[in-house]
Write a protein that binds this ligand. Structure first.
Ligand SMILES: Nc1nc2c(c(=O)[nH]1)N[C@H]1C(S)=C(S)[C@@H](COP(=O)(O)O)O[C@H]1N2
Ligand SMILES: [Mo]
Length: 157
């Protein structure tokens, strides 16, 4: 079944990557699965549904974004700190991460774009953002529809 999204795109599991990238474009779940896979079991406390536990596997969000060529000076650590990553779910739920948060030289959070959840492939519904270590499940965004990378100062252009 094809599902419509807030961005008007069909739900074929492909995720558009856009923004401050040298090679923007949609990334398929198959492409995500061809990258080095990480596995993680996460436990989080949801305000409404209580204690949740899931097993995920997929590539690091950082590696997916690096492959799309973020427009920063790779040799200059501080330059990456200007970048934000906005992840949108098909239902309109959105969370924003900073590049510094997922960069190994800084926060080193091993955020995944999971292609498998609890032994279930996510090809049709689309990948999930997984942020290990979060106490609340709010940033485990299911059915990711779009990822945007934003540089510089998005609040006061
Ligand atoms: N797309 C999307 N993903 C989402 C949410 C949402 O509203 N939309 N809610 C989050 C919250 S608050 C929680 S606690 C977890 C719950 O996931 P689960 O029911 O699969 O354990 O999903 C997260 N992922
Ligand atoms: Mo939640």
């Amino acid at each position: 079944m094809v599902e419509s999204t807030p961005t008007g795109r069909a739900g074929d599991g492909r995720v558009p990557l856009s923004g401050a990238l040298r090679e923007p474009g949609p990334v398929s779940v198959a492409a995500l699965r061809s990258m080095p896979q990480r596995e993680v079991t996460v436990t989080f406390e949801c305000r409404t549904s209580g204690l949740r536990r899931h097993h995920f596997s997929g590539p690091l969000l950082l590696e997916v974004l690096q492959a799309a060529g973020p427009r920063f000076d790779a040799g200059e650590r501080k330059d990456r700190l200007r970048f934000l990553v906005s992840v949108l779910g098909r239902d309109g739920h959105r969370a924003v991460l900073s590049w510094g948060e997922i960069d190994p030289e800084f926060g080193n959070t091993a955020a995944l774009l999971a292609v498998r959840m609890d032994r279930r492939d996510l090809d049709e519904e689309g990948p999930h953002l997984v942020v290990p270590g979060d106490r609340c499940g709010g940033r485990h965004i299911s059915r990711v529809a779009e990822i945007k990378v934003c540089a510089d100062d998005p609040l006061w252009p």
